[in-house]
Design a protein around this ligand. Structure first.
Ligand code: SF4
Length: 366
């Protein structure tokens, strides 16, 4: 059952918040540093050669002279600023393999964010991920290299929509996918990711839950549990573009081809898959099974990142890119570290309520 339409129009796309004008930001307090030299020369080539080794199967040698000066400057600035970079599995190979300190899916990054010892977290992912890190680290500086890196799921629902849902279904607990704003997380009972959605729904011990905002993830969870799911009509603009027909076309050409899909895909796409799981689950599946040829039905960069690790596996790439994830680039990461921009700021009352929902998820016994 999906109830978005029955509530009438959504209260509007969730805006991406900005620090209030005149607020004392990290950039005001600590100031910028000189922009490092970005010259490509023999010394940079020598010092970064071991990093290029990691990505040489997916990044042409001709591109490395552009990336390498940024990689060197970012890694030096991380030490100077006492910063760490948390990068999502959908980041491009030069970010994922050459400057990230921790990589993973949303759940793994949230768990890492809880353990971070550094003063500054640079989140290479989308805005809701940086907000989650800030929610878990209210006293640290959390930066996102491009504030406009949003998400079609996060922008499909507002905190006010959740309040309307609660009024319509009194007493029914609300589970929110982490792909939501802090404002929404503050209104729900518990968060989940695609890694633990089923576990979270069943942990509540009730016969009905409201599950938002991803309609397809809700449908997938509903196939795995007896708990009745009331869903919202949000969708990931990347995963909803895959079709069962294109997957059958790939399989027709090679019946032994393995298809692994993310649960944000439509149900007929999932029905074609040999395995369905979160990005971390998909990566583990490839590491364990080492298929000869595989299609990863998810954002395109992940195949490049896994390919760098398992060069013997052939990846068939239906290349659907997330335009929001692709806003994060090496030049923007460097800008973030030099000027301490763009800082994530959350109203402390909202952050406190949202922290309860995120920590309840992270602390679920596995
Ligand atoms: S891939 Fe989909 S769910 Fe992930 S950030 Fe992009 S739009 Fe959001």
């Amino acid at each position: 059952m999906s109830i978005r339409q029955s509530l009438g129009p959504s209260t509007g796309a969730a805006p991406i918040p900005r620090p209030a004008a005149g607020s004392l930001t990290a950039a005001n307090r600590f100031g910028g540093l000189p922009m490092p030299s970005l010259e490509w020369n023999a010394q940079i080539a020598h010092e970064t050669a071991h990093l290029y080794e990691r990505i040489k199967t997916v990044v042409p040698a001709i591109e490395w002279p552009f990336f390498a000066p940024y990689v060197k400057a970012i890694n030096a600035l991380k030490k100077e600023r006492n910063a760490v970079i948390l990068a999502h599995n959908y980041q491009t190979p030069e970010i994922y393999n050459c400057v990230a300190d921790f990589v993973g899916d949303s759940l793994q990054l949230a768990r890492e964010a809880m353990k971070v010892d550094a003063d500054i977290i640079v989140q290479c992912g989308v805005h809701f991920m940086a907000e989650t890190s800030k929610i878990l680290n209210p006293h640290k500086i959390v930066l996102i290299p491009d504030r406009k890196a949003g998400c079609s799921l996060a922008s499909s629902i507002t905190g006010n929509d959740v309040r309307l849902l609660r009024a319509k279904f009194p007493g029914v607990p609300v589970v929110a996918y982490v792909n939501t704003s802090a404002d929404v997380k503050a209104e729900v009972d518990i968060c989940c990711t695609s890694s633990n959605a089923l576990e979270v729904v069943e942990s509540l011990g009730v016969d009905t839950v409201i599950f938002l905002p991803d309609l397809y993830l809700a449908k997938y969870v509903a196939t795995q549990t007896k708990v009745r799911i009331i869903s919202w009509e949000g969708a990931c603009e990347v995963h909803e573009r895959f079709t069962a027909e294109e997957l059958r076309h790939y399989r027709d050409g090679d019946p032994a081809l393995q298809i692994i899909a993310h649960p944000e895909c439509p149900p007929d796409v999932i029905a074609e898959a040999d395995y369905t799981g979160s990005t971390a689950g998909m990566i583990d599946w490839v590491r364990k099974n080492r298929p000869r040829r595989v299609v990863m039905v998810t954002e395109c960069s992940m195949a490049d990142n896994v390919q760098a690790e398992v060069p013997e596996v052939e990846f068939v790439r239906p290349c659907n890119l997330c335009p929001h994830m692709k806003r994060i680039t090496l030049p923007k990461i460097l800008h973030s570290l030099v000027y301490l921009e763009e800082e994530i700021v959350i109203d402390p009352t909202i952050a406190e309520k949202a922290r309860h929902s995120v920590e309840r998820m992270v602390n679920l016994k596995r």
